[in-house]
Design a protein around this ligand. Sequence first.
Ligand SMILES: Cc1cc2nc3c(=O)[nH]c(=O)nc-3n(C[C@H](O)[C@H](O)[C@H](O)COP(=O)(O)OP(=O)(O)OC[C@H]3O[C@@H](n4cnc5c(N)ncnc54)[C@H](O)[C@@H]3O)c2cc1C
Length: 331
Amino acid sequence: MTRADFTEDVLIVGAGPIGLACAVAAKRRGLDPLVVDAGAVVNSVLHYPVGMTFFTTPDLLEIGGHPLACAGQKPTREEALKYYRGVARAEQLRIRPYTRLETARREGDALVCELSGRHGPERARCGRLVLATGYYDHANPLGVPGEDLPHVSHRFDEAHRSFGLDVVVIGGKNSAIEAALELYRAGARVTLVYRRDAFKPTVKYWLKPDIENRIGASQIAARFGAVVLAIEPEAVRIRRGDGQEERLPADRVYALTGYHPDFELFRRIGIALAPGTDRPRCDPETLETNVPGVHLAGSITAGRATSEIFIENGRFDGEKIFGRNPAAGQP
Ligand SMILES: Cc1cc2nc3c(=O)[nH]c(=O)nc-3n(C[C@H](O)[C@H](O)[C@H](O)COP(=O)(O)OP(=O)(O)OC[C@H]3O[C@@H](n4cnc5c(N)ncnc54)[C@H](O)[C@@H]3O)c2cc1C
């Protein structure tokens, strides 16, 4: 065994809200799991737009029964970061950030996990592996030339940096609409490019009139039914709904076209995916996959349907994985 080899009873991959909730559930059943994360603790929340407010009330974001206090009705990104850090500290969770699971395989009774740590490769043997890896690292690509240019981002970060600039937002769901509105209010010249002819009814009820009024007043330009052909250093080339090509000026491009779980990781581990939905096969009672000892938790359990499982309905997955807590009333 080299210095980089170690053994754990339970390894949890992903220190997002659900991975942390699973770790708390495991601890309350007498286990002491190690949690690894490719990024920082709650790395997805860290990459939310600066100053963002959750659409969920605080009680539904709580894990392990720890109260989430916030100044307004709903918590901000910053309050959530502080909260989840606080839970990790209060529960004395063992967390190793900046450590990525590359693959895992079964060897006899153990699962052998290949990790990339801060100081190089590591190998962990464990009895049980819980994947709570989310989807926010894997954007749905547009598949057009120029998508990798430095002024193109698949995550919306902060509106302020676009003051006085031409910005193209690609997409028409909640995150794209929210970004377009914030960018407009921060003084950017915004064009929203959406492949559908109209917004879907699932757009949040408070965003819909706002974006429609901004478009109606020509404060935000919109191109519905449009297809992106290419992204250039200073423009986005599209084909509009009327079939005409157009070159939209773009100092910055936000391609907000959704995300998906790391299906390649699942395939490397041998987890079966349902055709069409890419929903990983797992026992609904225990969340154990077809690979014995490998469980799933949180948003990844829904495959491509990333708007099905949120923090509020994924945070009790640890109970399914580790069994009901004999100490009654303990989440
Ligand atoms: C802008 C935005 C706003 C949102 N607002 C809300 C809201 O108001 N309410 C709500 O309930 N939900 C909201 N969501 C959705 C919410 O963020 C997710 O449902 C939630 O984060 C899922 O938790 P999770 O723990 O399953 O995954 P994540 O929080 O994504 O955590 C997964 C973790 O796994 C790590 N990871 C991934 N791959 C590996 C690997 N191979 N090795 C090691 N670590 C890995 C990642 O770094 C990450 O930290 C929002 C999402 C976005 C993008």
